[in-house]
Design a protein around this ligand. Structure first.
Ligand code: MEV
Length: 309
């Protein structure tokens, strides 16, 4: 049996604006992963998904995104698709801004590579997964697949070379889950509509989010957590203007800050999904309790490691 996995991600700064060419900052969540196992099958290439009683047969449903992924793989490597059962399991909540789709696609590419004994460079994994992200999300910036495939903190600008992020000191982020699923493409379309209807105002908000991401990169280089927290609060207000927050997200953000977080904001597509709070170690418990009391379904605590060049 072959096994493979891929991590999830959170966006610290710049979601939505990144679709319009502004920078964004994202970090991998290495402990929260999607997994695949591959075993020979007698019925062609099939996927088994959690909570789906019926398997997906690529012979009969070739347009399913995962089937498109393996077909793209087979074309790229000029290799016939094997008769294999790919069983997917995932610890990552779906449609919640943590990159569940990109993580599953990445695990599939890695698993198939191992099964066929083909070494797939990270760049190629990223291209294969990005093509499927487009099927799921329409106009993705590419940040989710990039941070997940490379499993490194990134300062990401669409269609630019990837920049690995420097981070002077480790810092703790709490991730508060609203429990509300929200498709990224719906929020992205809503921002697109706003952009078309009120272009100059929306452009100004997007540019300001981009400016925050540059400042946040400097803060992480210096280890200035207070400034980083203030930037998160500012970024959240701008995301509200883009109509991607909700009352529940706003409440979680406010309560986190009241309980001692240095800053908080929604993370990912919004309209549900997750929010994040930057906390000092001594306040982590208080803030976690406040988030749970305010209705967060779960709170994940993660330490963003230091990364120096
Ligand atoms: C989704 O994780 C991030 C968005 O900026 C969409 C994208 O970048 O493709 C909302």
């Amino acid at each position: 049996m072959i096994e493979a996995s891929a991590c999830s991600k959170i966006i610290l700064f710049g979601e939505h604006a990144v679709v319009y060419g502004q920078p964004a900052i994202a970090v991998p969540l290495v402990d929260l992963r999607a997994h695949v196992t591959l075993q020979p099958s007698e019925v062609g290439l099939v996927f088994e998904l959690p909570r789906l009683t019926e398997s997906i047969h690529c012979d009969t449903t070739p347009s399913h995104p995962f089937c498109v992924l393996v077909q793209n793989f087979s074309q790229r490597y000029e290799h016939n698709l094997p008769n294999v059962c790919i069983k997917i399991t995932s610890q990552i909540p779906i449609a919640s801004g943590l990159g569940s789709g990109a993580a599953i696609s990445t695990a599939i590419v890695r698993g198939l590579g191992s099964y066929l004994d083909i070494e797939i460079p990270l760049e190629t994994q990223n291209e294969l997964v990005y093509a499927i992200e487009k099927l799921f999300h329409g106009t993705p910036s590419g940040i989710d697949n990039s941070v997940i495939v490379f499993e490194k903190p990134l300062f990401f600008i669409r269609e630019h070379a990837l920049e690995m992020l420097e981070n002077k000191l480790p810092f703790r982020i709490l991730i508060g889950d609203t429990g509300v699923t929200a498709e990224t493409h719906v929020a992205v379309s809503a921002v697109r509509q706003l952009y078309e209807e009120r272009t100059s105002k929306t452009r100004a908000v997007i540019d300001e989010i981009g400016r925050i991401a540059y400042e946040a990169r400097d803060c992480m280089k210096r280890g200035s957590w207070r400034d980083l927290g203030a930037l998160m609060n500012h970024n959240h207000r701008l995301l509200q203007t883009l109509t991607v927050s909700t009352n529940q997200l706003d409440l979680l953000v406010t309560q986190a800050v009241e309980a001692g977080a240095l800053g908080a904001k929604l993370s990912g597509g919004g309209r549900g999904g997750n929010m994040i709070a930057l906390v000092e170690e001594r306040d982590a418990e208080n803030v976690t309790e406040a988030l749970l009391k305010t209705g967060a379904h779960q709170v994940i605590s993660t330490l963003i490691p230091s990364v120096t060049r």
